[in-house]
Ligand binder design. Structure first.
Ligand code: MIC
Ligand code: SF4
Length: 641
């Protein structure tokens, strides 16, 4: 039988397991990346492994999230990561050099290689034909140490593209269309391969926009073929030698095929507060807009920015709108400056921010009270912008410009002719902001620079045979890691200080949770479907661990988060009958008994001691996961192995 692109790369990297959907497989990882918001913790974990130098082909530490240095905390973390990178053999991408996914695509991505990153949008690399996964920091630390990455062998979905996008309809609209079709859980357990004749009409940055937002579908990852368009992109980046051709076999089999006719799409918008709440831009026509933000790892490539500049040229933005533009990388910014396009952006009244995540993760530029913000980003979860009652909408750069110019949601096709913009034959290459590691000799004498904001790691506990604990929080469906452990300018600087972070745990849902959990000592959290979707932040497991959460029971879990829970030694269990969720009430005393035998049998009984009712919970742990839980998480397990 023929193979899909992903199956071919998996086969080349398979360490253990069989490529049967649903079974656990272990993959050899060629490259890793971290960003600073998850990186500090990942490197603290890496340090506990006592390995001198990373054992991957390439590992890069980026600084792009926490770049607002309102106090010493972020600057200290940057210094810490820089010193770790130099000593332990990683490249270090300095703050200002750009957003990890954009820079990685430009400078390091290689078709056919595996990449894991401590950031959920690592699948951006699929745009260049990499098999790239978002992972928790501990998994990235293990991969840096040469260990394998464990996933459940995914199903294969194919999106068959036909036709060609019409002017003002973009790759972002393709991403929103697939979200409209599949929802934020539609990709769970699957790798999405993009194929069909329409693929040839999409540039690498456009493909990367699409694989980036595959994360919002819950997909394990997304991938495009590597063809002559990929080769031209790599040649323009001075890396033609990295190109290999990749395609699926004609008789490859897919579990599901979805057809999208690019010619039939129109500008779309994801309405608050979920990326799958998609409508046509024309349906929202006339809605007043207060703020527009252009950038993020989804839409900050040179092509995106050149289009934005061309549309803004000779025009000024509406006085009622505040427009921010964050180019994705130093390369993008330098080329905008050289071409004069930056002047067109500045002259329009836009506020040019540094090349970083910025407003996407609530690092400044929060909207006004109840403000309507149109953003070219990938997430519009409640509260993520930093303004609790803001209405964040996700749109293409073209739709964003149309709103900035008019002050209202406007179909960008009303802007007139789309200026023709060509991909440059050569990008401006300047890697001076990517620092190389010290050689092994010099590295030995180097010191790691630790700031006072680095606090000890929360202590995990082995999962014993019984857990008796209070149900301290019951939440609904699609709880994101932004609900569990919010980010933003006030909180993000404390990613290496779990005790401080813990005050904000579940703050979006119930600000009294941290106090209640602490008072209870041990607790169990109950959730609905797709619990833990969104970010890869392991803090969404480590902080609950610190607050005494021993188990999470949900109707279903998101992939990265469930791995993070197990890595932290928290027991994730699923309702056998989802209707049993309704019978549990916050505050009930719960008991899980005979856990070890239950883990082997795949089923554990939950007793609600308060009501006297029982129900069945399922778990399908592999032997490795059972051992990890019994040891108290991945670090304890690795230490004992
Ligand atoms: C995000 O987009 O939510 C983040 C911030 O990039 C996260 C990582 C983090 O929380 O540090 C992600 O997507 O994994
Ligand atoms: Fe940064 Fe936003 Fe991309 Fe996350 S989604 S990596 S915060 S730009």
């Amino acid at each position: 039988m023929g193979m899909t692109i992903a199956q071919k790369i998996i086969k080349n990297h398979l360490v253990t397991g069989e490529m049967i959907p649903g079974q656990e497989i272990a993959l050899r990882i060629d490259q890793t990346l971290t960003q600073d918001a998850t990186g500090t913790m990942a490197y603290l974990e890496f340090e506990t492994m006592g390995i001198d130098r990373v054992r991957t082909e390439l590992s890069v530490a980026y600084i792009d999230h926490n770049t607002l240095q309102c106090g010493f905390e972020n600057a200290d973390d940057h210094r810490y990561i820089q010193s770790v990178a130099k000593k332990h053999g990683l490249r270090f991408s300095r703050p200002g050099n750009g957003i990890c996914h954009q820079v990685h695509l430009e400078r390091f991505g290689v078709p056919g290689k595996t990449l894991i990153g401590s950031d959920s949008h690592t699948p951006t690399g699929g745009g260049i034909g990499m098999l790239a996964f978002g992972a928790g920091g501990m998994d990235v630390a293990v991969a840096m140490g040469g260990g394998a990455y464990y996933i459940t062998m995914p199903k294969m979905f194919k999106v068959n593209l036909t036709g060609k996008l019409r002017p003002f309809v973009t790759a972002k609209d393709v991403s929103l269309e697939i979200l409209r079709l599949l929802s934020v859980k539609g990709g769970v357990g699957a790798i999405i391969e993009w194929g069909g004749e329409g693929v040839r009409t999409l540039s690498v940055p456009e493909r990367a926009t699409i694989t980036n937002m595959g994360t919002e579908l819950g997909a394990t990852t997304s991938i495009f073929p590597s063809d002559d368009i990929t080769r031209d992109f790599l040649v323009a980046e001075g890396r033609g030698a990295d190109w290999v051709e990749l395609s699926s076999d004609p008789d490859a089999e897919y579990d599901r095929v979805i057809d999208i006719d690019l010619s039939a799409l129109e500008p779309l918008v994801a309405c608050p507060h979920s990326p799958d709440n998609v409508k046509k831009v024309s349906e929202l026509k006339g809605v007043k807009v207060d703020q527009v933000c252009i950038g993020s790892c989804t839409n900050s490539s040179l092509m995106d920015m050149l289009k934005v500049a061309a549309l803004l040229k000779g025009r000024t933005i509406d006085p009622s709108v505040s427009l921010s533009i964050s180019p994705g990388s130093k390369q993008v910014l330098a080329m905008l400056a050289e071409s004069g396009a930056l002047n067109d952006i500045i002259a329009s009244g836009a506020r040019v921010l540094e090349c970083a995540c910025g407003p996407c993760i609530g690092m400044g530029f929060s909207p006004n009270s109840a403000g309507i913000s149109l953003r070219t980003f990938n997430r519009n979860f409640l509260g993520r912008s930093g303004t609790a009652d803001a209405g964040v909408h996700l749109v293409s750069p073209e739709t964003a410009v149309a709103a900035a110019l008019t002050g209202y949601v406007t179909d960008p096709r009303q802007l007139g002719e789309m200026p023709e913009i060509k991909m440059p034959e050569k990008f401006r290459i300047d890697d001076s902001a990517i620092l190389l590691p010290a050689d092994p000799e010099e590295a030995r004498g180097l010191k790691i620079l630790r700031g006072p904001n680095i606090k000890p790691f929360p202590e995990s506990r082995p999962v014993g045979d019984a857990i008796e604990a209070q149900l301290t929080l019951k939440v609904g469906d699609n709880i994101t890691t932004d609900h569990i452990m919010p980010a933003g300018a006030k909180i993000l600087p404390y990613r290496s200080n779990i005790p401080h972070l813990s005050q904000y745990c579940f703050g979006v849902c119930d600000a009294s949770f941290p106090e209640r959990a602490k008072a209870a000592g041990q607790s169990i959290v109950v959730g609905g479907d797709n619990y833990g979707q969104g970010s890869s932040r392991e803090h969404a497991a480590l902080v609950p661990l610190y607050l005494g959460v021993r188990a999470v029971i949900a109707k279903s879990f998101a992939r990265i988060h469930v791995a993070n829970l197990i890595n932290a030694g928290i027991l994730p269990l699923t309702f056998k009958d989802p209707a049993d969720y309704d019978a549990l009430s916050q505050g009930d005393a719960l008991a899980l008994r005979n856990i070890h035998a239950g883990m082997d049998a795949g089923e554990i009984t939950l007793e609600d001691v308060t009501t006297g009712k029982t129900c069945a919970l399922t778990c399908a742990f592999t032997q490795r996961q059972k051992d990890m839980l019994k040891a108290g998480g991945l670090l304890a397990y690795t230490a004992s192995a």
